[in-house]
Design a binder for this molecule. Sequence first.
Ligand code: SF4
Ligand code: SF4
Length: 180
Amino acid sequence: MLSCSSFDVPYFRGCIFAAMDNDLLKNWQKKSGDRQKLYTKFLHRADKNATLRALPDLHEEAFSKIDCLECAACCKNFSPRFKTTDIKRVAKHLKMKDGDLINKYLVVDEDGDFVVNSKPCPFLGGDNYCSIYEHRPTDCARFPYTDEDVLLKRPKITQKNSTFCPAVYYVLEKLIQKGT
Ligand code: SF4
Ligand code: SF4
């Protein structure tokens, strides 16, 4: 089987790119912090169509290198909104009444949305698995929006997410490299 040391040119080139991608993720939080101004400019000037075309592959690429189970920064530090349909779905799964789920796990935030009442999220296990994964809120399923136009439409949220989610950082860096 060919390996990086086989020096077959296409494979060797692939190894160089893999190494560059891995370098990209080294000290990513520091680099993301240093590049916030660049992200502001990029998010306001990016070519929308070219970005949307590039996102599915970059999203997949990012999550082939990043393991959410080794991170869980989103579930540890932030809450999804629990919309009515989310509450009904999760309550049904847990065989609870909607009101009991609300009383036990949720509070209303300053925007009037139901959010979890503790950090980390009460549904996050010690192994970083979500105990309601198949029934989790839509916000959780969509996060971190790296395959959606939300990435450009909500630049402030994207920038905030880039400070704690390595996938958002990775996708932004790759889009900037591509010059979209
Ligand atoms: S912050 Fe990003 S990389 Fe980390 S668990 Fe959440 S989605 Fe995955
Ligand atoms: S419901 Fe699950 S996926 Fe969503 S924040 Fe809580 S632990 Fe994370």
